[in-house]
Design a protein around this ligand. Structure first.
Ligand code: COA
Length: 318
């Protein structure tokens, strides 16, 4: 089964609430909160989930089916708490829960923590076994839960603060192929810096059709990208990159800096691209179908030989 984990954003608040209610309904004794408390919550308080730490949502087969959150300790920045861990019963034993724990641990490292802690009800044998398998051990501290007197065991797992390796993600595809949506998802899920020439040009009041200015903006963005990569950051380049040579320069440049290079290629038939462009109506003047056909013919689709040079090649659905 295919899982994806993303960091929850404002547009995920309804999913977050829904998952939380499902979790508390399905496993009422596993959490310190209750379904009544969550149902009574004012809508704006759900936003705190996004600002006070990080919340991760798991999708399987296109449905949001799991949740976990990382909460920094109030006093000690080296500690992050793993809370609200839940996966839909149909995903238990599938490995899905491990993806959520990995996302929280990864975030904790980026946050600067060296330990992830959690509280697990002593009688929750399945969860206890699971946490042990993914590296958590008892700290010896037990807490009596206020609302029902249940005994909660504190578990902890060390997380390593490694020197981070930069990662360049090249999102390539024709206009209308979904590059921006995909790049934005990566920006959020991977805590990346996204560089999109169109956005910079619009901010600078430069026509997006001015190819000389575009080349300058891209050169600036590439300079910035290289500095970020050497500092271990993840950079998403949303440039189109139609030509293999252009992708080659970026890939080799990133790898020469010790960063990894990923290629995310979004393919879509011309009919679909044209429909989308007409629908979004963002281009002035509008892109003509004939031009799109010519661009599709000019676009150098990454072949096997090129793909083999990247650390990872992803072909998300456009
Ligand atoms: C806790 C949770 C996220 C773990 O995910 P999961 O997919 O169920 O975990 P796994 O199946 O990978 O691991 C569970 C372990 O318990 C074992 N197990 C399964 N059913 C069990 C049972 N009834 N009794 C004892 N152990 C059991 C499994 O064999 C496995 O152990 P192993 O790795 O040694 O084989 C998930 O069960 C869940 O969402 N539970 C409800 C909410 C909850 O309890 N959250 C935790 C709050 S602290």
């Amino acid at each position: 089964m295919n899982f994806t984990v993303r960091r929850a954003q404002l547009e995920d608040l309804a999913s977050l609430r829904d998952l939380r209610i499902q979790a508390l309904t399905e496993s009422p004794t596993a959490f310190s909160s209750t379904v009544d408390i969550e149902l009574a919550r004012a809508p704006e308080t759900w936003r705190r989930w996004l600002t006070n730490g990080a919340t991760f949502l798991l999708t399987a087969e296109g449905r949001d089916s799991g949740i976990a959150a990382g909460l920094p300790d109030k006093d000690d920045p080296s500690i992050v708490y793993l809370v609200s861990m839940w996966v839909h019963p149909s995903l238990r034993g599938s490995g899905a829960a491990e993806h959520l724990v990995a996302a929280v641990k990864e975030w904790a490292v980026r946050f600067g923590a060296s330990q992830v802690r959690l509280l697990c009800v002593r009688d929750n044998i399945r969860a206890g076994r699971f946490y042990e398998r993914v590296g958590f051990r008892s700290t010896g501290k037990n807490i009596v839960r206020e609302r029902d007197g249940a005994i909660e065991l504190e578990l902890a797992c060390q997380v390593e603060r490694r020197a981070r390796r930069g990662a360049l993600i090249i999102v390539c595809g024709l206009p209308g192929s979904g590059k921006t949506t995909h790049a934005r998802q990566l920006e959020s899920a991977r805590s990346a810096v996204r560089l999109c020439p169109d956005e910079w040009m619009q901010e600078l009041a430069i026509s997006v059709w001015d190819e000389t200015a575009r080349a300058r903006v891209e050169a600036l963005q590439w300079k910035l990208a290289q500095r970020l990569l050497t500092r271990g950051m993840t950079v998403v380049l949303e440039w189109g990159t139609w030509a293999r040579q252009e992708r080659e320069t970026l890939r080799a440049g990133a790898q020469a800096l010790g960063a990894s290079a990923e290629l995310h290629y979004l393919a879509a038939p011309v009919d679909m691209l044209f429909d989308r462009l007409q629908h979004r109506g963002a281009e002035r003047p509008a892109i003509q179908r004939k031009a799109l056909e010519e661009w599709a013919a000019a676009f150098e689709v990454p072949d096997e030989e090129e793909r083999a040079l990247f650390d990872q090649v992803v072909a998300p659905e456009a």
